[in-house]
Design a protein. Structure first.
Length: 75
């Protein structure tokens, strides 16, 4: 998988933990969201205290919400 680090890696880790599945058995994250765009949004947010992004998408049967300071919610 190409998306090992950053927020993408954290999303994979959270979903794997929630699902009880090893990360390498999950579908590619890039099939659900533009991984480069996701990384860019939250890289900018860490440099700009006034930025409060929130991104929500569906991945592997879950609704993933990434909040402003990289809090990840898996439902």
């Amino acid at each position: 998988m190409g998306e090992v680090g950053g927020i993408s890696g954290r999303v994979l880790s959270e979903v794997a933990q929630q699902d009880g599945t090893p990360e390498e058995e999950l579908p590619p994250l890039y099939d659900a969201i533009d991984v480069d765009a996701l990384e860019s949004i939250f890289e900018h947010a860490t440099r700009s205290p006034e930025a409060t992004p929130k991104v929500q998408f569906t991945y592997a049967g879950y609704t993933i919400t990434v909040h402003d300071r990289q809090t990840i919610q898996v439902e």
